[in-house]
Design a protein around this ligand. Structure first.
Ligand code: WQD
Length: 340
């Protein structure tokens, strides 16, 4: 199929592009490069020896997007385009709502214009309310769309609702919502990876930058949580497993809206991450314990059994492999995609 990959130059997007190309699909990337690099696309083309068509436009601008996509043919859309920094969303809520919701509404309209009914949407475990007492792993029936602690998370929950309501009015629409847990790692070649602009919000890229010497030390956001070592526990999924989950979702599309967790089902604490990354890189990772980050939950680990069963997909790579591959990327690209 020819896939319109919205946000295809980003961290997740570049890995999804690579997996789609290797599966024989054609890829049309639409990206505004607000949090990504055109270089990543060139790296994907080199790795796959396939070419990618790229359209530089802001999907939140319907007029520009309609013009940019005029005459384009595509069979399905994978929508990864959106702002994703939790902390920034608290500081700039209007920007997040306008960008993340408008781009989805526009994409759905452009799909109707082009007669396209297949959609895979990048959602997030952030839509889940904090796990109730005693709940070990979050399944898709857990309460979602309540108790969200930041505008970024709300935009994911609202986008899910927008897609459900539009599918109700457009029964031929086939949609899959993929609730990512914590994507980490890189393609094993180390040629593509995570290149956050500015100070990394997320743990793994920050740890990688400490290991490479770009940051002095890690601030551990609290060590008094009710977890095995007091630090926050998350479900870190290798980005290649995540990318393969999108391919599986494409093959599963049916009329309606289906929702799946993409996670490993295993939890790692912050201290587990520090130790594993130090083992993978051979570098010390200095850290200091600081106050907990507002909005953080103690633990968020997936129950991925529905995706395992219905998508015939399973996370195959270990957390140690994710640290190895993340280190390969960071050590080969100390400054990410920017030269120098
Ligand atoms: C992981 C753990 C922190 C940084 C968010 C979004 C989610 C997705 C992934 C975009 C927590 C601790 C972190 C640091 C730390 N976002 N930590 N020091 O918050 O689970 O999920 O990012 O797609 O939608 O909600 O990820 O990597 O920020 O934090 O101690 O400098 O690491 O407290 O326990 P999170 P994270």
């Amino acid at each position: 199929m020819r896939i319109l990959l919205a946000g295809g130059a980003g961290y997740i997007g570049s890995h999804v592009a690579l997996v789609l190309l290797e599966a024989g699909h054609e890829v049309l990337v639409v990206d505004d490069y607000s949090n990504s690099s055109r270089t990543a696309i060139g790296r994907v083309e080199n790795l796959t020896e396939r070419s990618v068509e790229v359209i530089d436009c802001d999907l939140a601008d319907l007029t520009a997007s309609r013009a940019a996509l005029h005459g384009q043919q595509f069979d399905a859309v994978i929508h990864l385009a959106g702002l994703k920094a939790v902390g920034e969303s608290v500081a700039k809520p209007a920007h997040y709502y306008r960008t993340n919701l408008t781009s989805t509404l526009n994409l759905l309209e452009l799909m109707a214009d082009h007669g396209v009914n297949k959609l895979v949407f990048s959602s997030s475990a952030t839509v889940y309310a904090p796990a109730a007492e005693g709940v070990q792993n979050l399944d898709e029936d857990q309460p979602a769309g309540t108790g969200i602690t930041n505008p970024y998370g709300w935009t994911k929950a609202m986008n899910e609702q927008i897609i459900r309501d539009i599918q109700h009015s457009r029964p031929e629409l086939e949609a899959v919502l993929l609730r990512y847990f914590n994507p980490v790692g890189a393609h094993p070649s180390g040629r593509i990876g995570e290149d956050p602009s500015g100070i990394p919000n997320n743990l793994m890229p920050f740890v990688a930058q400490v290991a490479i010497g770009r940051r002095d030390r890690l601030a551990v956001f609290g060590d008094q949580y009710p977890t095995h070592d007091g630090t926050g526990v998350r479900d870190y999924i290798h980005v290649m497993d995540l990318a393969e989950g999108h391919l599986a979702a494409l093959d599963h599309l049916r009329a309606g809206v289906a929702t799946y967790n993409l996670g490993t089902g295993e939890g790692q604490s912050v201290f587990d991450v520090v130790q594993a990354f130090s083992d993978a890189s051979g570098r010390e990772i200095p850290y200091e314990i600081v106050a907990p980050r507002p909005g953080d939950v103690a633990k968020a680990v997936a129950d991925p059994s529905k995706a395992n069963r219905e998508l015939n997909w399973r996370a195959k790579r270990t957390f140690a492999e994710a640290c190895r591959d993340s280190w390969a990327w960071q050590s080969q690209n100390p400054n990410g995609y920017s030269a120098g």
